[in-house]
Design a binder for this molecule. Structure first.
Ligand code: ADP
Ligand code: MG
Length: 454
């Protein structure tokens, strides 16, 4: 080989083939289906992966294995270089890598699963790719490696969508599999009812004989000691039988309160994966996906407007879109950017709260009390300044996410206990001084207005 034509593609293929033999199918699907050979240079193979997430994970998990295989095969020390290119992995950003073959045609839909919550309609971004890939792997091979699996994340980030997608996929792949989806709340209610009707044996049988158990929102189990006990035993029974269990929770299990240690340790066993809020690109892709195949006159410009302004979660994104679609339906008009802006004004201003800065609060409060901005932020302790300053701290705590420590720093480098004290003081004063609350409310309104305009 001369230096321009290094071609390691054959070695690469063989290395991948050998790795496939050496690791589990799930792992292979999860990571190696997301690697493409790109090119080779002297002593280096360049591969393409869809995101830096994959790059980091592959380096961490498989780099030594890949490099040693390549050394064995080629006799050269070949290093791996990475290129990141989402496009190489197809326009479809949905999970479905291989379509499961329906075992029985015309199989009735699963009665507990919502038809639209499938992998096909789930858009993958960096925020959720680990969870989504794990979910696909589980649905293809339930009970094998990622058992149990716990998917956690805040409201509206796709937990229910993903857990139900696992159900759908397994349901269409395995003909005889007994799949149960249930929320922790319904599980609790059924359990209580079974106690009342003296049918707990039936209840126990029902849940201990399933092949794939999907329990949504286990944070609901906090404080429910008896239900926790029941889930604990169900868990053990299914675990011993190597039946797959998937749970979702709105936070990491370690942060759940009033959960018995032994149940906590069961949930933490296996794989715990999180869902984060989507970034702009993913938000955009999700909205595009939602209007795909529907003849809805919503332009990319408008999709962009929504994606930029609603950053919290997917549910909020969808609500904004739904509102526009309803409007378009009702007035039978094409939606222009201006109409969209106008219609979604309230949505946006609500979400913009997070952009409120301490600076804008300080300016508004200082102006209201006729003080200078510097005095309000400073260390002077005369009464005329101290109380407005305490009000500003109170408002900051009320309408922003800044911690007391951060607030203290911005208000003359004060200690966080001073901020806590200020908050308490204003709250107490409101009880005795009936004019204070309306004043504060008016100030908050002004601050929000100023912040949305900027
Ligand atoms: P959670 O259970 O975490 O509160 P859901 O699963 O109910 O959230 O998701 C809220 C809405 O957002 C659902 O309509 C769901 O279809 C949609 N959604 C969430 N994540 C995605 C995604 N990655 N792709 C497409 N739709 C999504
Ligand atoms: Mg949910």
């Amino acid at each position: 080989m001369n230096s321009d034509t290094w071609d390691y593609s054959i070695f690469w293929k063989e290395a991948i083939f050998q790795i496939k033999e050496a690791i589990s199918e799930q792992e292979f699907v999860m990571w190696f289906n997301n690697i493409k050979y790109n090119s080779s240079k002297k002593s280096e193979i360049i591969i393409t992966v869809p995101s830096s997430f994959y790059k980091d994970q592959i380096i961490q998990r498989y780099l030594p294995l890949i490099e040693s295989k390549l050394f064995d095969l080629s006799g050269n020390r070949v290093t791996i270089g990475f290129k990141i290119n989402k496009k190489d992995f197809g326009k479809k950003k949905t999970v479905s890598s291989e379509k499961p073959v329906p075992v029985k045609k015309n199989k009735l839909p699963h009665y507990q699963l919502r038809t639209e919550y499938t992998f096909d309609s789930f858009v993958i971004g960096e925020n959720n790719s680990f969870a989504a890939n794990a979910a696909v792997a589980i649905s293809k091979n339930p009970g094998k490696e990622y058992n149990p699996c716990l998917i956690y994340g805040g409201v509206g980030l796709g937990k229910t969508h993903l857990i139900q997608s696992i159900g759908h996929s397994a349901y269409s792949t395995y003909d005889k599999m007994k799949i149960v989806y249930i929320t922790a709340e319904t599980f609790t209610n059924e359990f209580i009812l079974s106690i009342r009707n003296s049918t707990t044996h039936k209840f126990k049988n029902k849940y201990r004989s399933v092949d794939l158990l999907l329990i949504d929102d286990i944070h609901f189990l906090q404080n429910k000691t008896e239900t926790q006990e029941e889930i604990f035993h169900t868990f053990n029974a299914l675990y011993d039988l190597k039946k797959q269990m998937v749970f979702t929770c709105d936070r990491p299990v370690s942060e759940l309160k009033q959960l018995t240690d032994r149940l906590r340790s069961r949930f933490e066993r296996g794989l715990n994966v999180d869902l984060q809020p989507p970034n702009f690109e993913t938000r955009f892709a999700i909205l595009k996906k939602k209007i795909e195949n529907k003849k809805i006159p919503i332009s990319d410009e408008i999709i962009e407007l929504i994606s930029k302004n609603i950053t919290t979660n997917v549910r909020d994104l969808e609500s904004a879109l739904t509102k526009l679609i309803a409007y378009a339906d009702l007035v039978n008009k094409n939606i222009t950017l201006d109409i969209a802006k106008h219609q979604l004004k309230d949505f946006f201003s609500e979400y913009k709260q997070s952009k409120i800065t301490m600076d804008s609060i300080q300016r508004c409060v200082a102006e209201y009390f006729g003080l200078s901005y510097n005095d309000l932020r400073g260390r002077k302790r005369t009464k005329a300044i101290a109380f407005p300053r305490q009000i500003a701290m109170y408002i900051t705590r009320e309408i922003t996410e800044y911690s007391t420590t951060e607030v203290g720093i911005e208000f003359g480098g004060r200690d966080h206990t001073t901020v806590m004290h200020a908050y308490q003081k204003v709250e107490n004063r409101m009880r005795t001084d009936s004019t204070l609350e309306p004043t504060i409310k008016a100030l908050i309104r002004t601050i929000k207005e100023v912040s949305t305009k900027s």
